[in-house]
Ligand binder design. Structure first.
Ligand code: UDP
Length: 322
């Protein structure tokens, strides 16, 4: 069935891939994006087929008007990236709390199906692996800016789930380290982009700490496929889903893979967390999703392995920045 879809943050990295997918599925797609970290370039292929509105989710009247005219809302607009959150904590919190409140409030007021994009950052520094959707969250002090992102997203999740408990059509996805084409080449928000840019420039690849910290890198087509299912499948309503690949990789291993793949002359340079993020920064040492719920409820498993995904990302990078 063809539906009207609104994607907030649809010009962003994940958002624009989601837009492409929804257009491909034949839906009528609208996008609201303030182009802060997203770009029209990301929507180049989709733009003839969509309605694009440049605006902020902080503009409540605009959000309300767009939500009213749609069937399903995918809420991806947010201030993202740990670097960004640490540098601009106040603006990030306002976007991620007040902006989300506008989108969730409007979707509920007009009784629309809603998907809220959240983050694996929700789990904080828990040591329990893999991370399951109903696990405890383990966070540091409010004096450490990083945890404000997790907290803001948790408010969004609580709001969404409170509406779901009242019978509304809401679901939540938590992204685990998505990567792929359209990552910001400045490395904004992603170690993959940062290391790839450095490797291609034959600069040292900056590995924070000793590089033994791990992440589960998830190729963007997998991220998007799971998002679409969580947003549209009836069985997903009221549930939270981890969205990720469960193959764990250390950052040092990632750096070595990128050096080999690009044929770079670069070497690895170890950088302290303090030098990069300032005093008092706390990293997440391991991050691994429990993927059973997405598999059992949505019949979703990640398909693209890291070597293949990095190769595709590199191909795009070379085509785009040649
Ligand atoms: N990282 C790194 N070098 C970089 C950028 C990031 O070693 O140039 C590390 C970062 O400290 C973290 C991991 O890579 O341990 C993933 O960072 P990213 O910002 O991609 O996302 P996060 O998973 O922390 O949200």
């Amino acid at each position: 069935m063809v539906m009207r879809m609104l994607v907030t943050g649809g010009a962003g990295y994940i958002g624009s891939h989601l837009v492409d997918r929804l257009v491909h599925l034949g839906h009528n797609v609208s996008v609201i994006d303030n182009l802060s970290t997203g770009s029209l370039q990301n929507l180049h292929g989709a733009q003839p087929h969509i309605e694009f509105v440049e605006g902020s989710i902080l503009d409540e009247a605009l959000v309300e008007r767009l939500v009213r005219d749609t069937d399903v809302v995918f809420h991806l607009a947010a201030a993202v990236g740990v670097g960004h959150i640490v540098e601009k904590p106040l603006a990030s919190l306002i976007t991620n709390v007040r902006g989300a409140e506008h989108v969730i409030g409007a979707a509920m007021a007009y009784d629309k199906r809603l998907l809220v994009a959240s983050t694996s950052e929700i789990y904080g520094k828990t040591k329990k692996m893999p991370m399951s959707e109903d696990d405890d969250r383990v966070l540091g002090s409010t004096t450490i800016a990083r945890w404000g992102y997790s907290t803001a997203k948790a408010i969004d999740e609580h709001l969404a789930l409170a509406h779901a408990a009242e019978g509304r059509r809401v679901s939540v996805v938590r992204y685990f380290n998505s990567y792929g084409p359209r990552l910001d080449p400045r490395g904004y928000g992603s170690v993959v982009a940062n290391l790839m840019r450095q490797a291609l420039n034959n600069e040292p690849l900056t590995v924070h700490g000793d590089g033994t910290q791990t992440r589960c890198f998830t190729y963007v087509t997998d991220t998007v496929e799971c998002t679409v299912r969580a947003g549209l499948d009836d069985g997903a309503q009221g549930l939270v889903f981890n969205v990720g690949n469960d193959r764990e990789t250390t950052i040092l291993e990632l750096a070595r893979k990128i050096i080999a793949l690009t044929g770079s002359r670069s070497d690895v340079s170890f950088v302290s967390y303090e030098a990069r993020y300032g005093k008092g920064f706390e990293d997440t040492v391991r991050r691994v999703p429990d993927v059973r719920r997405a598999r059992d409820v949505l019949n979703f498993s990640a398909r693209v392995d890291l070597d293949e995904g990095l190769q595709r990302t590199l191909t795009w990078w070379r085509e785009t920045y040649a």
